[in-house]
Design a protein around this ligand. Sequence first.
Ligand SMILES: NC(=O)c1ccc[n+]([C@@H]2O[C@H](COP(=O)([O-])OP(=O)(O)OC[C@H]3O[C@@H](n4cnc5c(N)ncnc54)[C@H](O)[C@@H]3O)[C@@H](O)[C@H]2O)c1
Length: 248
Amino acid sequence: MRGFEGRVAVVTGAAQGIGFAIAKRFVEEGVKGLAVVDWNLEQAQKAADELNALGTTQVIAVKCDVGNYEMVEEAFAGIEAELGPVDLLVNNAGITRDAIFHKMTFQQWDAVMRVNLYSMFNCCRVVINGMRQRGYGRIVNLSSTSAYGNPGQANYSATKAGVIGFTKTLARESASKGITVNAIAPDLVKTEMMLAIPEANMKAALERHPMHRLGEPAEVAALAAYLCSEDCSYVSGTIINCAGADCT
Ligand SMILES: NC(=O)c1ccc[n+]([C@@H]2O[C@H](COP(=O)([O-])OP(=O)(O)OC[C@H]3O[C@@H](n4cnc5c(N)ncnc54)[C@H](O)[C@@H]3O)[C@@H](O)[C@H]2O)c1
């Protein structure tokens, strides 16, 4: 795909799962520099080492809690000093703290808000002015089919629905500056996040699913690569389900 050569990319939550698959795909597409941003530095460093071995991309691991604005400011300043201005940003880091609402604690609510939603403000805010000045940028945010409601996930669903409104608004505000902003809404993808789902619930979900299988992280990464390519020049403010078959 066009638009990766010479570019610098940041993928948050890229130490494992979908984020790692996206980072790997960007390296395969030939980005110049890539930052694996994650709050788990040890795992992020392992991921960066694996990616550095693949090709010519300079890959760095950066420890950062994307829910904390000061940390994000500092981390991105360091990334730009080391790799250059950020052209491609994938806001992928996310967590679940599931509970039925009448048993949900404020801590469960607050943690998910910070990591899944505040991170959108934090990471986009620190790169948007540079992208506007340079007249180019690609932003992809991870939403979820849970945005449309899912019992036990009032906190998570609220953040993933928030991502949709945020994405559509930032896309419109950035459209005249060569910046596209899109979101991916995966359904069930084979990562560690899925381990939190009880086995019986997973079995039932797969029986209901038209493809009767989980998605692969690489399948989400392929979509992210398109949305971050130069070919994706007239698609913005769009939420694309990556769900095997659109069941929402
Ligand atoms: N796996 C799925 O089925 C699925 C479905 C829909 C949406 N999603 C979304 O896709 C994204 C990736 O999910 P995944 O399944 O790969 O998750 P995962 O749990 O496998 O990986 C998430 C990564 O994010 C990192 N992370 C968590 N909080 C962070 C923070 N505050 N700061 C920095 N890094 C942090 C973790 O250390 C981890 O490396 C998430 O936004 C998730 O909500 C996943």
